[in-house]
Design a protein around this ligand. Structure first.
Ligand SMILES: O=C(O)C(=O)C[C@]1(C(=O)O)C=C[C@@H](O)C=C1
Length: 356
């Protein structure tokens, strides 16, 4: 070993020891905070969002802000776990993008509960089998996830946060290369997202049998048991089922993103950069929705999403899912909400939470 290398490693050893002491000291403080929290609610999304923003703003480099964020998410994850272990339900099985989203938000020091359906995720949180749930709500190419919206309307759960996840698809099989592939297991949505790539890159495509699966992770599981098959799934699924990557990032739209919601029972305090989600309905006369939303414009509250969904209360009757900028405790948002409540036939505040 060269003298220079030895010296650099010695410096790293000293810093690691300092880091270890500092992280342990931080964890001790979190434990003290845990004891003070009489409400028993450990997870504070607004505080975590503030810490992540501050650390990224103060990041001196050379580490990227994205990686600084990841590091601090893991540090907070272990501190949180020391205060009290936390469980998060998600749309399983293990290896799905929903699991990726849950770990992206909460870090790895959580216990996860894989559910068979979106309904089951809601039920797990409602019955306290899990502290929080992570469910998909919209995809940049496929649009809204109707079941999640229906359950937000029907249940008393509220939104505690959102997670944006870039969806990268991988082609995986027992062995690398493309020429041996005779069958591809895939979830229909993933297939739709990679259609063009498959056509261009697999000359044998007309001889390939496509087999539909209920999830990406299930596709990977099936391919792991079939030497001539491949699967379209996430990188995590390849790791989980011991598959080789045949091709990476095969999605046709590189910006393909899914937005997930964190659902729970707790009201979240303001972080300084928040959004509020509402469900509204109005009578069916002309200009009704325009008149209903007018207070938002008057109080200068911007709307970032407006989506309609059948209300199931009557034929051609709709509810509107509206996201607005700001927290329900912000003065102008609170004032606009008072007027909306007056005008709307129905208003449900789904929650205020930090913007990501
Ligand atoms: O500040 C708190 O309330 C804490 O419990 C500490 C801490 C952290 O590690 O910084 C941990 C969990 C919370 O979600 C927020 C922050």
């Amino acid at each position: 070993m060269s003298e220079e290398l030895k010296q650099l490693r010695n410096q790293i050893d000293t810093i690691d020891e300092e880091l270890l002491l500092l992280i342990s000291k931080r964890a001790g403080l979190a434990q003290q905070i845990g004891k003070i929290k009489k409400s028993g609610i450990i997870y504070r999304p607004e505080r975590e969002a503030q810490i992540l923003t501050r650390m990224q703003e103060q990041n001196p480099g050379p580490i990227s802000s994205k990686h600084i964020k990841q590091l601090f998410i893991e540090i907070m994850s272990v501190c949180r776990a020391l205060e009290r272990p936390m469980s998060v339900a998600y749309l399983g099985p293990s290896g799905t993008f929903s699991e990726d989203a849950a770990l992206k938000r909460f870090g790895n020091a959580i216990s996860t509960l894989a559910c068979d359906s979106i309904d089951e995720v809601f039920r797990a949180v409602e019955s306290d089998s899990a502290n929080y749930g992570v469910v998909p709500v919209e995809n940049s190419t496929e649009g809204a996830v109707g079941r999640t919206m229906d359950l937000l309307l029907q249940t008393s759960l509220i939104i505690c946060g959102e997670i944006q996840l870039a969806i990268h698809q991988f082609l995986m099989a027992q062995q690398s290369g493309l020429s041996h592939i005779k069958k591809i297991y895939t979830h229909p949505q993933s297939f739709a997202q990679c259609h063009q790539w498959l056509k261009v890159n697999l000359p044998q495509i007309s001889d390939i049998a496509f087999v539909t699966t209920a999830s990406n992770a299930e596709a990977a599981r099936q391919a792991a048991a079939d030497a001539h098959a491949a699967a379209i799934a996430s990188k995590r699924a390849a790791e989980l089922f011991g598959l080789s990557i045949c091709a990476e990032n095969i999605e046709d739209d590189p910006k393909n993103t899914t937005r997930f919601l964190v659902i729970g029972k707790q009201l979240v305090d303001a972080s300084g950069k928040d959004k509020t989600s509402l469900i509204l309905s109005t009578s069916n006369h002309s200009g009704a929705i325009y008149k209903l939303l007018e207070p938002l414009a008057r109080y200068g509250v911007s709307m970032s999403r407006l989506e309609s969904r059948p209300s199931r209360a009557g034929l051609w009757q709709y509810v509107f899912f509206v996201d607005i900028e700001g927290h329900q405790q912000d003065q102008k948002v609170a004032a606009a909400l008072v007027e909306l409540r007056d005008k709307a036939a129905f208003l449900k505040i789904l929650g205020s939470y930090p913007v990501t």
